[in-house]
Design a protein around this ligand. Sequence first.
Ligand SMILES: [Zn+2]
Ligand SMILES: [Zn+2]
Length: 277
Amino acid sequence: MMVWAGSTLLAFRMSAIQKEGSVIKRGKPEGPIRWTTLGNAPFPKPDEPCSGYLLQAGGANVLVDIGGGSLAALQHYIRLEDLHAVWISHLHADHFSDMPLLYYAFAFSEKPLRKIPVLAPVGWAQRVEAFVKSSVDHKMKSFFQVIELKDRGIAEIGDLRIQARVVEHGVPAFGLAARFGDRRLAYTGDSGPCDTLVSLGKGSRVLVAECFSREIEIPSVHLSPEDAGLTAAHAAVARLVLTHLGPGLEEDEAIERAGSAFNGAIEVAHPGMVIEV
Ligand SMILES: [Zn+2]
Ligand SMILES: [Zn+2]
């Protein structure tokens, strides 16, 4: 594993053979990007975790967001020893609140787990440390490579590249563009409408867009269905996947309203939904 940082580039590479868990080989990127929705609810319900997605390509397994319930859901798909990185869009509880429990998983695992990078907005490690504080100090760096996201920072896990971009959410928050060979997928995280979302989506086949706002508010820290549709249209993606629907917003209504601004395919994400790009 290697880490380096530049003015606009923050990247790490994981291609080293690890003692435990799976190995990622670099080479010619072949195969799809797979995006599995673990959960996308604003608070956890039975079988409906909060925001969490499993991003996979070329043998790399990345957990994107780690809201309540998503850590358990993740383990329906992969073992924790096969997790290579965690990427967290922002520190709201519905995207972050299982992180202290991931720490417990690493700290108390019967079988030692290898150190993995956790990439999240500034201050994430201190927040989790404050949360898990007890009679002994718990340090995130004991089990994780602590990385704070920066605008345009790029993480490389094998041949999977993930670029972070700052989005509009009233707190430090990021969207991502994932690239594996010529395959691309973008995810808004939580954000109000902004040009950055359009540039994140440009060149991607699929845009996974939050759709939390039932009402159209200006300014807003979330997308309404119309905002999501317009963003997808401006980014010229083929497919729009609406996720993280807010209270009172029915799926049919969200699809119809997003479709007023976007001609491509539109779906709503559910736990267990798998997209291949
Ligand atoms: Zn949020
Ligand atoms: Zn949220």
